[in-house]
Design a protein around this ligand. Sequence first.
Ligand code: PLP
Length: 409
Amino acid sequence: AFTADIVPQAPEDPLFGLMAAYRKDTFAQKVDLGIGAYRDDNAKPWVLPVVKKADKIIADDPDLNHEYLPIAGLQQFTSASQRLSLGADSPAIKEGRVASLQTISGTGAVHLGALFLSKFYKYSGQTPTGYFSNPTWANHGQIFDTARLSHKTYRYFSPTTKGLDFEGMMSDIKATPEGSIILLHACAHNPTGVDPTQEQWKQIAQVMAQRRQFPFFDTAYQGFASGDLNKDAWAIRYFIAQGFELCIAQSYAKNFGLYGERAGCFHFVTAPGSDAQSTITRIASQLAILQRSEISNPPAYGARIASLVLNTPELFAEWEANLRTMSGRIIEMRTQLRAKLEQLGTPGTWNHITDQIGMFSFTGLSEKQVLKIREDAHVYMTKNGRISMAGLNSHNIDYFAKAVDKVVR
Ligand code: PLP
């Protein structure tokens, strides 16, 4: 029988537990800074106007049907996704050394990549270990566990500066065995909001090339971070230009607001060379088998929306404007929060709020302070002191700043 020692009780997902606690709270001024989903100035989910438009065009198409997509997904979607991530003029695309499969959003892309590496990636006869930033998105570890890939961490966040511990990161990456898988957040690092500068990315690439390491890029916030799609893809394109063999897990949850539709893409890029095309053909054939055994065919709806927008110049331009609306509001909240805390004379420094980028900010609040602010002010954030910037708006930012001020004093 399935006794407790065979199937022990698993812990609740901390984030989804936090959401449930927030929903139960009846206090009128409660603030939700937990989940990483965009909210408008009225704390409501925002359907991007361009998504509404694309949705209507698709619904009105008399030829629309609900047949299976191919195993690798909607071809117009995966090729537009390549161009978006790698750049339209990417030599890797021109040289036919990219294999792309539509996945169950970013999670599915990380999973497919982990599964592929677990099955096929060997260095000196061994399956290499994956190295994650400390901290990282909580799901990375679980996904690698499921794929039976071992994982460790490299230093990343400095609690003192609330910025990047660049020296720690470099020395840890240098110390990993040759051929290790290094997981990198392409932009808007989750949970810290701290990214390397372009100069630092160059140094990271140099060390990783020396150590023959395998970059695994997770890109869940392209265009959402800075408002500029190219800027947010800079690191990925730089690594490809250096000739790395690498993979990319791409999510459209945040930048299209298509959270529940699960639109994403996995790309494997081989190094340039005369055998690149035959290598990529073999890799694509194995990825297709993994995909078939896991999901058979990816879901069509979200990919159709993203594909229509990505492949229609006027809609694409409108999407870029929508991205600037979201990233602009978040950047504005950062500016205001920092200014308010500084005005209140809240102990400590608050420049990290505006130095950090993307959906999240690592406030530096301790677990004790996080629990106290939840108890006293009904403000919900994760125990590590991470706040989702999108949960702040013109109606609650004063309230939040005062609550932080109170708990820090
Ligand atoms: N990777 C990172 C770093 C994330 O923050 C997220 C979402 O929070 C994802 C991947 C994947 O999200 P999804 O599966 O919803 O695309």
